[in-house]
Design a binder for this molecule. Structure first.
Ligand code: CA
Length: 235
């Protein structure tokens, strides 16, 4: 395969032996690999190399992985690039999910190279992570269409009325399609910081939404429950 045609992965990881092992594994599987052992340098390379996938450690010199993640997501040139986060502790998982880092997946260290490769392949196959919109007027996912400016919702060609909160909730889920959103994050984004509501409010609104958007609300395939964490929208 020509080098240009090979999918390019950037690994930003300051543990040199780990970075080397990951790079070797990916290269032997046909990836073009760029590495960086520093947060600021990694971000620069992400911007200049146009990778197809970013693999990010959290604790990095100069700029941490979660900050890189957010910067990448808020830059229209890089917002669509899938991100896998490497994390040393299970306790960091809350941060990855809860702070809306924008990561597509995460792996807790230590992990096997086989598992790593499987996650890389899965994330790169996931069509919904490609072309993730930063800001646009319409969000479309299969038979569902959300018009943001008009605040209107369509399933197939039929317009379905959503309450304000249902609309905001669905928009938030669709905007982050494929990623798990915690109830806390949903509350913050949809109901706001200052508004005290019970986490079950989210569950109730999800149930109402499912009645409106799912083909079989009792067996949801669009808004999926991620046990113990929250919800994920499946494109
Ligand atoms: Ca590190």
């Amino acid at each position: 395969m020509k080098r240009d045609a090979m999918p390019k992965v950037i690994i930003v990881e300051d543990e040199e032996s780990l970075a080397r092992n990951l790079a070797e594994k990916l290269r032997s599987d046909g990836f073009n690999v760029v590495t960086s052992n520093d947060g600021e340098d990694g971000l620069e390379k992400i911007r200049s190399e146009h990778p197809d996938l970013i693999v990010l450690d959290i604790m990095l010199p100069r700029l941490d992985g979660l900050s890189i993640c957010r910067i990448v997501r808020h830059d229209a040139n890089t917002a669509h690039i899938p991100i896998i986060i490497l994390t040393a502790r299970g306790t960091e998982v809350d941060k990855i999910v809860g702070l809306e880092s924008g990561a597509d997946d995460y792996i807790v260290k230590p992990f096997s190279l086989g598992e790593f490769l499987a996650r890389v392949r899965a994330v790169m196959r996931r069509p919904t992570t490609l072309g993730r919109p930063v800001a646009q007027d319409e969000m479309i996912s299969n038979n569902l269409r959300l018009s943001l400016t008009g605040r209107r919702f369509f399933k197939e060609e039929d317009e379905i009325k959503l309450s304000n909160k249902e609309f905001d909730l669905l928009a938030e889920l669709m905007r982050n399609r494929g990623a798990v959103l915690s109830r806390d994050l949903i509350l913050t984004k949809v109901w706001g910081y200052d508004y005290f509501v019970d986490k079950r409010t989210v569950d109730v609104h999800v149930r109402w939404l499912r009645e409106k958007i799912e083909d079989d609300p009792s067996n949801p395939s669009r808004i999926v429950t991620v046990r113990g964490v929250g919800y994920r929208f499946e494109g």
